[in-house]
Each structure stands twice: as structure tokens, then as C-alpha cells.
Design a binder for this molecule. Sequence first.
Ligand SMILES: CC(C)(COP(=O)(O)OP(=O)(O)OC[C@H]1O[C@@H](n2cnc3c(N)ncnc32)[C@H](O)[C@@H]1OP(=O)(O)O)[C@@H](O)C(=O)NCCC(=O)NCCS
Length: 499
Amino acid sequence: MGDRNEKGSAKHRRRTTISGEAAVTQAKRGGAAETLSGQVKEKEPQKHENAAGRQKNHSDAGEDTFSCHKLQESLLSSASGFSNYRGILNWCVVMLVLSNARLVLENLIKYGVLVDPIQIISLFVKDPCSWPALCLIIVTNVFIMAALYTERKLSVGTISERTGSFLHCINLSALLFVPAGTVLSLSSVTPVGGVMALSICTVLFLKLYSYTDVNKWCREQRQAKARTLSRSHSCPSVHKANGTAGYTHVTYPGNLTHRDIYYFAFAPTLCYELNFPRSPRIRKRFLLRRLLEMLFLMQLMVGLIQQWMVPTIQNSMKPFQDMDFSRMVERMLKLAVPNHFIWLIFFYWYFHSSMNFVAEIMQFGDREFYRDWWNSETIPYFWSNWNIPVHKWCLRHFYKPMLMRGANRLAAQIAVFFLSAFFHEYLVSVPLKMFRLWAFLGMMLQVPLAILVGRYLRGNYGNAAVWMSLIIGQPIAVLMYVHDYYVLHYGSASEAAAP
Ligand SMILES: CC(C)(COP(=O)(O)OP(=O)(O)OC[C@H]1O[C@@H](n2cnc3c(N)ncnc32)[C@H](O)[C@@H]1OP(=O)(O)O)[C@@H](O)C(=O)NCCC(=O)NCCS
């Protein structure tokens, strides 16, 4: 799908360029004026206008034959309506590459090559024979099974809705707290292993919550239909899946199968549906491209962290311990650059390459994993567009139900950010075995920040404020956690900072 579009647009670009060049050559030869005007109109409207003007002038031969001026604005004034700044964008990229080439060189001269692929393995496992984080991930199957069997019992009425809700509540709480307790109590779980295991548990928690909610809605609709003496047993909220030549349309309770719940467990979405839109086939080239991107970007991120971020963080410990404010700001700004690059690479790696890769294998049709968050002029726009799976879940299972129960918009938004803050803190504090609330505060601060930016800044200024909050906010949180982690585990920050 996207592949074809990519191909299509590439072809289109090529055609335009080639025809553009051909047209100019023809013009030089002095032939085919009609073709020339058509092509030039598309690529170079001003030249075309001038050419057309010349023709008119020659034919009219009136008193304005020699006129070469007209009423017009300069390109850079906003009234001109000119908006093609592609060249400026290229200039920004060239400047970025040049300035960072200097940084790369400086870094290499100062620290030498720090990239060490073997070291990465030790981030995941301490003891090569013990993989506690992997065991935790495998154990999550128990929670999937528990959710499925409870739903089956509910669908045939063996247990009441209240008992079902109670069982789901226990299951979902256990899914969150049992792995957290295991990570906290086992010293063999590394922070990176812990983050991975708990991220998978969190994703599964959100998925199973959605699964139970949707099945409950289906039961409610089935009962409502039964009351109105309808003969149909299908769930009206589901529609025929897209591109489903080979897929059957599933209706409740036919969806309560192992195959269905495992498809959902692996699908790149957090919101359950009985019939997901499906893509008609697996595109091998698209898949291969995403796989190569995944492998390359993963290596790039790890290399940048080892070579660029780690030394900067280590050098930041002393100013933080001495509370040397100006040096702290300097260190934080220094860290902001690699942190931001790595975050951008992570965005592409996760939301584009990895999610599309999984979706392609599973023929999952809905590829809207992100929207144009980079154009955000307000903080809420950013949060509603950068992580679409989470945003969709928040809207469908938390925000809208709250609004429908009579909560006002601000209260519902604060509640969503509170929930999100809880999960951010859960995913950082538990693996680090250190409760500091920086991630929680970082998320909760989004609410006043959104109000401030929304009230005082508009357009490009709002967009700049969103970028600033991303570039500056994250390294502050990173430094806070790393500093506290070093102090907790190595006694004092200055000792830890010593190379
Ligand atoms: C809080 C949050 C859900 C608000 O989203 P939003 O798009 O700004 O919310 P809005 O108030 O504009 O409304 C969204 C929807 O609710 C609907 N809505 C608004 N008021 C409503 C009401 N009183 N009753 C029913 N629906 C209502 C709107 O029509 C809209 O529906 P649509 O999506 O079908 O068009 C969003 O900011 C969010 O997802 N935040 C958390 C993100 C997060 O933590 N991400 C983590 C990434 S790591």
C-alpha cells in the first residue's frame, strides 16, 4: 500500500524532472512551444508567466510592449503567498550535517571509539544461563488465557457480569503487579531487561482491557437486540473488514478463540475489534526494506548512546552533585542534542519501521501509527498525534467513557495524563528499582504546559514551544534519573563520573 504510493510518487518525481529537462532542451532548440509552456507551467510558473507575457506583448504590439514591471510583492514578504522553502530546508540539513560532523570528530578525538556490540548483551542479561525477563514475557500467556476463558464463560452466561468483571480485575491487576514484584525482587533482572518485560506487560494490560471492554459492548448489544426481538446475533458495531477476500466476517461470540486473541496480542494496535481491516497480501520488498531499516537503526541508536550519550552523562554528574547551576545547564543542553537525535531515530524505528514490519507480516491493514505531530502548534495536538495506538486506546476506553459519565473535558484530560504518568513512572522506576517520580511529574506537567502554550503562543511560536519542550524536557528527566541511579548504586556522583 505505502510501498506502491512510495513507488508512485518516486515515478512521478522522476517524470516531472525528466520532462522538465526535456522541455528546456526543446526550448533551446526553439521547437514545440505548446509542450514547453505546459511543462514549464508545472515546474516554473514564473518563467511561464513571463514567456506567455512576451507572446502577448509581441502579438498585441501595444503601448506596453516594453513594460517589464508589474504590481508584485517580494518573495519573502508574507503577502506574496510564496511558500516553497525546500531549498532552505536543504540548507538546514547541510548545516546540520556539517555542524554534527565537527561534533563527531571532536567526540572521536576526545574519547576514541566507545561502540562495543558485546556490551549490549550484558544490558539484557547478567548471567548467560538466566533470562528472567524472557521468562516473565512467556508467563504473560497465562493472563491471555485467563481473559479468554473468562470471556467464554461470560458469553454463555455461566458467570454473571459482576463475577466476570471481578475476575478480569484480578487478572489485569496481576498482569501489572506480579511482573513488577518479580523485577523488584530478582537481582538478576537488569534495568534494560526489566523495561522490556514491563513494557510488554503494559501493552498486554492495555490490550486485554480493550478486549474485555469490546466483548462487554457486544454482549450489551446482543441483549439490547434480544430485547427488541431481533433475530440477528451479530454485533452491529463491527463492519466488514477491508481487503477481506480470504477472511470470514466474525461475529460475537465467534471471536472468542485462541487464534483471534493471539492475533490481537501480536497486532500493532491496543484497541480490539472483531474484524480488523486486513491488507490483501504481504509485500516482500516492503517487508525487507522495513527489516533492513530496523536492523540498521537499532545499531545506530545503540552506537550513538555508547559513543555520544554515555560520556556526556558521565561528565554531567559532578556539576549535578556540586549544584553548579551554570554547568548543569551547559551539560543539559549538551545532552539535549544526542538525546533528541536518538529519540527521533527511535520514533522512526518504532512507529514506522517496526510497526509496519509487524503489520505487514500479520496483514494488518490500519497503518496509521502516527500523524503529523511535527507540525504541532499545541501540546494536546502533539499528544494526540505522535503515538496513535496509545491515543486511540485513551480516547476509546478512558476519555470518552469519562465524558459520557458526565466528567468535564479538562477533568477527563487530566485523568488521561494521570494514567499515562502512572505508566511512564511504572516503566522507569520499577526496572531501576528507584522511585523518584520524575517521569510522573514530566507527564503531569504537560497539562499546565498545554494551558500556557495554548493561551500565549500561536502558529510557528506554538510549534517552536512544542519542539523546545521535547528537546529540553527529556534530557532533564534523563539526567535526573541517571544522577539518582549513580548516587544510589555507586555512593557519590563524582566517584561514578570518574572515568
Ligand atoms: C487526553 C487526550 C485523549 C485528549 O485528546 P483530544 O483529541 O485533545 O480530545 P478532544 O477533547 O479534542 O476530543 C476527542 C474526541 O472526543 C470527543 N468528545 C469531546 N467531547 C465529548 C463529549 N462530551 N462526549 C463524547 N465525546 C466527546 C470528540 O468528538 C473527539 O472525537 P473524535 O476523535 O471521534 O473526533 C489526548 O491528549 C491523549 O491521548 N493524551 C495522552 C497521550 C499519551 O499519554 N500518550 C502517551 C504516549 S507515550
